[in-house]
Design a protein around this ligand. Structure first.
Ligand code: LLP
Length: 425
């Protein structure tokens, strides 16, 4: 499929607001989210999966406004901590449309989930079963799914592959621990097993791994039916749908994916004599990623004779992805038209280590200089949600744009904010 990178348009604006104006008004670095694009992407999912539950994976990016948009569009929410859960619910997100994940849910996570009444909790380990059951108040039942590891390798990088055996997530199909967990959950009167879950990994650009997952999970549904005489009504296939970070890169076509999953599921269930379970998906990156742009100001340019280092006012504290996964971005010069030919440069951050590289070997005009503005598209997912406090530079703000208007959603972390938490001697 063709690239869908929404590079800023000809006049380099987002949501009808020029990037230069955003940088002046909100400062740099700044993260800008196109509200309409987020909503469009939510609708694409709902259209592609009309009879399914679509949970937005909050880990990609969450703030109150984002929770509100997603709720308004009719999606559910995938959370993996009491922090994400409380932020969403206190913003008005309906708790029954929330699913809680986590390979190591803390007592506080489980308490918050039960107190706020989340719709579903996904059981990730055997030890969690009794712990959760004991926390459910007498007289009530908590809907749960079991996270199955189907033994499928997929995903953009080893660090974000979760479908293979012998890793920290889920209960393996191959060694029987998924089957064992199912029996254990069915023995807990305060837990109501409603289905199976799996999440193969992230930044997946092929359909095939999802179809393999459907086959294996339908196989397990059939065994559950045989062994326990019950039909589990839900099948959650997780997220992982890949996006293009640079022009020309492949992205997963959601409508195509949905059609093929439906066909595979219908065929598999018919062959096994099972009713088709209700599907769920949990996209994070594919909703937030392409909806966001980050703006940086160039602070220095250094030519070593081998490399040209263009240093900007952010870096690995607001985007650790290049350092962690070797991801490549396509930064662009914004706000002035250069007629000078482009040359290969390395865009680096301001942090105190040589690995703080945002984009290596990218083409920027040869006259790039301090004061220039740089925009990096596809910055909406797993940037700010993974931001760190490294070097105490403070986290960038989040700005929303829609139909020509910009508004601040999350303010910049100030030096006062940082110092406030430090109790002192
Ligand atoms: N569901 C579950 C259970 C997950 O663990 C994840 C992501 C998702 C859904 C959403 O996956 P998505 O559609 O966003 O690919 N920090 C990494 C990505 C880690 C993904 C973790 N789990 C990155 O920056 O690439």
């Amino acid at each position: 499929p063709a690239s869908t990178v929404p590079l800023p348009d000809e006049d380099l604006s987002i949501g009808g607001v020029p990037l230069t104006e955003l940088a002046e008004r909100f400062g740099t670095p700044a993260y800008v989210l196109d509200e309409d694009e987020v909503r469009r992407r939510c609708r694409t999912y709902l259209r592609a999966f009309p009879d399914a539950d679509v949970y937005y994976a909050a880990k990609a990016f969450l703030c109150r406004a984002m929770a509100h948009w997603v709720a308004e569009e009719g999606l559910g929410l995938d959370v993996c901590s009491a922090g994400e859960l409380e932020l969403a619910v206190t913003t008005g997100f309906p708790p029954e449309r929330i699913v809680l994940h986590g390979n190591a849910k803390s007592p506080a996570d489980l308490q918050a989930a039960l107190r706020l009444g989340v719709g579903r909790i996904v059981i990730d380990s055997t030890s969690e079963i009794a712990r959760l059951a004991a926390a459910v108040p007498a007289g009530s039942r908590q809907k749960v799914l079991i996270r199955v590891v189907p033994g499928i390798a997929a995903g953009g990088h080893a660090k974000i592959r979760t479908g293979t055996d012998d890793q920290k997530f889920g209960l393996s199909l191959a060694d029987g621990s998924a089957q064992h967990a199912i029996t254990r959950v069915l023995g807990q009167p305060r837990l109501e097993l409603v289905g199976l879950h799996c999440h193969l990994g992230s930044q997946i650009t092929a359909v095939k791994p999802y179809l393999s997952a459907v086959r294996r999970l339908v196989g397990l549904l059939a065994r559950v039916h045989e062994q326990h005489g019950i039909t589990l009504p839900e099948l959650d296939l997780g997220g992982g749908h890949g996006v293009a970070y640079r022009p020309g890169e492949p992205a997963l076509d959601i409508t195509g994916l949905a059609g093929k999953i439906r066909a595979e599921l219908a065929g598999g269930c018919a062959a096994a004599g099972l009713p088709v379970p209700r599907l769920a998906v949990e996209p994070g990156r594919a909703i937030a990623g392409p909806s966001g742009v980050v703006l940086y100001r160039v602070l220095s340019v250094k030519r070593t004779g081998v490399h040209t280092f263009v240093a900007v006012d952010g870096g690995m504290s607001d985007n650790p992805r290049p350092a962690l996964y070797g991801v490549r971005y396509a930064p662009r010069l914004v706000g002035r038209h250069s007629t000078v030919a482009t040359e290969p440069v390395t865009v680096v951050g301001r942090h105190c280590e040589a690995g703080d590289i945002l984009a290596s070997d990218v083409q920027l005009p040869g006259d790039i200089r301090p004061g220039d503005l740089i925009a990096v598209p596809v910055a909406g997912a797993y940037h700010l949600s993974m931001a760190s406090g490294y070097n105490l530079v403070g986290r960038p703000p989040v700005v929303a744009v829609t139909s020509g208007h910009a508004r601040l959603l999350v303010r910049r972390e100030s030096l006062a904010d940082i110092q406030e938490r430090d109790i002192g001697l």
